[in-house]
Design a protein around this ligand. Sequence first.
Ligand SMILES: CCCCC/C=C/C(=O)SCCNC(=O)CCNC(=O)[C@H](O)C(C)(C)COP(=O)(O)OP(=O)(O)OC[C@H]1O[C@@H](n2cnc3c(N)ncnc32)[C@H](O)[C@@H]1OP(=O)(O)O
Ligand SMILES: NC(=O)C1=CN([C@@H]2O[C@H](COP(=O)(O)OP(=O)(O)OC[C@H]3O[C@@H](n4cnc5c(N)ncnc54)[C@H](OP(=O)(O)O)[C@@H]3O)[C@@H](O)[C@H]2O)C=CC1
Length: 298
Amino acid sequence: MSVSSVFRSGLFDHKVAVVTGGGTGIGKAICSELLQLGCNVVIASRKVERLEAAAIELKKSIPESSSARVTPIPCNIRNEDEVKSLVQLVLKQYGRIDYLVNNGGGQFTSPAEHMSNKGWKAVIDTNLTGTFNCCKEVYTGWMKENGGVILNIIADMWKGFPGMAHTGAARAAVDNLTKTLAIEWASSGVRVNAIAPGTIFSRTAMENYKDIGPLIFQMSIPFSPAKRLGVPEEISPAVCFLLSPAASFISGATLRVDAGQSLYHATWQIPDHSAWPEAPEGENLNALKDLLKSKSKL
Ligand SMILES: CCCCC/C=C/C(=O)SCCNC(=O)CCNC(=O)[C@H](O)C(C)(C)COP(=O)(O)OP(=O)(O)OC[C@H]1O[C@@H](n2cnc3c(N)ncnc32)[C@H](O)[C@@H]1OP(=O)(O)O
Ligand SMILES: NC(=O)C1=CN([C@@H]2O[C@H](COP(=O)(O)OP(=O)(O)OC[C@H]3O[C@@H](n4cnc5c(N)ncnc54)[C@H](OP(=O)(O)O)[C@@H]3O)[C@@H](O)[C@H]2O)C=CC1
């Protein structure tokens, strides 16, 4: 099926997507695009006021000719009971869940040695366990019998994630979970994929890092081959593609939407030091020492 026919033919009409963190940043751009395509959207996250304000804003973007609706449902994805209740509420209201986008998540910056156990757990519970909770409840509640598509948002953790060890570990785990679920749930007709964004600017993403937010986003620019930051509207088309029938043979894949950032420099600076263990004695080490001596004479 060609991409143009998918996006023109109303294949998202009357479908239902649950998007965690759908009221801000990347999630909001995904919802906006799905609504444009005729899909009903449920946005789920913790901060009720912000969620409801986002739903009002998103409603305004729905074309008059469209029957698509947006529904805010408060939910902390870390809490299994709240996720169960989210799925039940969506099924009660809409009677189906065609798409799950696990976008809700985040972290704080800290060297690993200074992370408290509580902080580590908060990030693992949010990004790994929260994603698992949503996948499991949507699968058992609907997709097991009816099929569907799951899309997990992860991060550029391919070279480790110095400064954010908790999220690096959680996102790498979700990358692996994506592959496992793609196989375990294939026989239900469920496709499971992930997207790993590069550094994506939005006001809400920046504000999460408080005073250092503007600095860390600005400092990221030289580390992108694009020499600019991405914006949420550069992630949402890839999400819609992977949800759509145009991706009907894609499962267990992680798509990097990062302008090549993951192939380029790492941001973490390693200071000069002499703490590394010595290389073994021998002719190669002697030759290396000779090289360094001659270099120091230059
Ligand atoms: C430019 C670089 C970009 C890198 C690429 C990635 C970018 C993004 O992902 S941008 C999106 C950012 N958005 C978010 O992060 C939103 C969601 N984030 C959160 O909700 C928090 O960061 C959270 C995951 C840690 C959850 O926080 P919260 O609900 O407040 O959790 P707790 O109250 O249970 O706190 C638990 C515990 O966590 C530690 N902690 C939290 N924040 C910090 C911090 N800023 N610095 C150090 N430690 C932190 C702390 O131990 C907390 O316990 P208490 O000390 O008892 O409060
Ligand atoms: N911006 C970037 O550079 C990158 C972002 N990402 C990831 O993309 C996703 C979206 O981030 P982005 O839009 O940039 O940033 P935002 O901070 O705008 O979005 C994070 C969203 O997650 C929701 N959320 C956080 N914790 C929970 C929870 N426990 N339960 C339910 N919802 C939760 C937040 O809502 P609330 O606080 O109301 O719960 C918020 O809507 C996140 O997972 C992020 O880590 C990945 C790579 C890069």
